[in-house]
Design a protein around this ligand. Structure first.
Ligand code: PLP
Length: 412
């Protein structure tokens, strides 16, 4: 009679489901074998301010945190969070549709409605979940999603989770969008998904033309303003505000993890039936609501951002100075002109990019190293994101660091 042990020895070898990641493991090992510090394993040992942290025991300027408006250390934002934690406890332990809606969840949604001057706001646990939930819920079987090929992973994942037909078009190409729209069968539901600022290259979408074309072709429009909320537009409502098309956009998606300085995601809309989404959107229903401290901090931050005109002006100044300075030094940049608070520095290849990243870190500067599949066209990028709290002196210091590191690595 076969024993359990015998059964085990005769069992077939399992197929290693991690084997498909071998090329990634090899690339990483090659990089580390070249003596480069692991760019994807950095620890912030202490965070001193929105623009400074201790990394590897070194005082480091932060130029890759998307903390655009520097709200993470705002006194009022911190005080509101502390008070809510005292009053409501550390967490919600429940979904928004059960026990997870506290006073501050309602309040942050009210703050968002005021910020955008829109009728409805729905808060998710992250921006990733906001895209996942809204896109997969809006566009179902028989519908079409027409999206920019360089869309963020959360947009693609929202498409993958739903059952709609997915039709990508060439990045920021108005004619390509129009051609795709014209080929879609008449009468089908259509959702055009765009971003205000594309986070890899820091370039802005031609929303004015794209929204017009979408509307002419009977499509609804969703714009992800993750990298523009708080900064771009007169009131910081994003690229749709800046280009005068906010009223024609059906759904705006955003995140609290950038300008707001906390964590969370949202969708705002004027659609009269919007509230039904709270009942049918799975990434909203089947997950715990954010802690009340995060909600209170976020609401305070959003209300302060409504009066952030001076900060926005200073951030533009920083972006212009860094862009010009890097160009003058001879670096190749992702955009001809500064279009947002993101400046992408194009590296010749991954190894040089990693060496440059490390050289900057040793100078005392942190930027993001980005590589495929996150980047378009297989590029390796050093992505810089500026903060309204960077001083003019810090920007000059940053340029000096780029000059020394770029010359040492042989990129300029
Ligand atoms: C365009 C875009 N959308 C959504 C997200 C997701 O935001 P969150 O960090 O809140 O999940 C990001 C984050 O990087 C993003 O760049």
């Amino acid at each position: 009679m076969a024993t359990a042990m015998n059964d085990m020895t005769t069992a077939a070898e399992p197929v290693d489901l991690l084997a498909k990641f071998d090329p990634i493991i090899q690339t990483r090992e090659q990089l580390l074998a070249a003596g480069v510090e692991d760019p994807f394993n950095l620890v912030m040992e202490q965070v001193l301010s929105p623009t400074r942290a201790i990394c590897n025991g070194r005082d480091t300027i932060l130029l890759g945190t998307y903390n655009y408006m520097g709200m993470t250390f705002d006194d009022d934002v911190i005080a509101a969070g502390k008070q809510a934690m005292e009053d409501f406890g550390a967490g919600t332990t429940g979904s928004r549709v059960l026990n997870g809606t506290f006073r501050d969840h309602r309040d942050v949604e009210a703050a968002l409605r005021d910020f955008y001057a829109m009728d409805h706001a729905m808060v998710f646990s992250t921006g990733y979940q906001a895209n996942l939930g809204i896109i997969s819920t809006l566009a179902g079987k028989g519908d079409y999603i027409i999206l920019d090929i360089d869309s963020h992973a959360s947009i693609w994942d929202g498409c993958a989770m739903g059952n709609a037909e997915v039709v990508p078009f060439k990045h920021n190409d108005v004619e390509a969008l129009e051609k795709r729209l014209k080929r879609i069968p008449e009468g089908a539901g259509k959702l055009v998904v765009l971003e205000g600022v594309y986070s890899m290259m820091g370039d802005v979408a031609p929303l004015k033309d794209m929204v017009r074309i979408a509307k002419e072709n009977g499509a609804m429009v969703l714009v992800d303003e993750a990298h523009s909320m708080g900064f771009i537009g007169e009131h910081g409502r994003g690229v749709a505000e800046e280009q005068g098309v906010l009223d024609d956009v059906d759904f705006i998606i955003g995140t609290f993890s950038k300008s707001v300085g906390t964590v969370g995601g949202f969708c705002v809309s004027n659609h009269p039936k919007f509230e039904v989404l709270r009942l049918v959107c799975r990434p909203y229903v089947f997950t715990a609501a954010l802690p009340p401290s995060v909600m209170a901090s976020s609401a305070t931050s959003i209300r302060k951002l409504m009066h952030g005109g001076n900060k926005r002006a200073h951030l533009w100044e920083n972006s212009r100075t860094l862009h010009k300075g890097l160009r003058d030094l001879g670096f190749q940049l992702g955009t001809e002109t500064p279009q947002s608070a993101i400046i992408a520095v194009i590296m010749p290849e991954l190894e040089k990019g990693a060496m440059m990243w490390e050289a900057l870190l040793k100078e005392g500067l942190y930027v993001n190293l980005a590589r495929p599949p996150a980047t378009p066209a297989g590029m390796t990028l050093l992505r810089c994101s500026l903060c309204a709290e960077h001083s003019a002196e810090q920007v000059q210091t940053i340029l000096g660091m780029f000059e020394r590191a770029g010359k040492a690595i042989g990129i300029i």
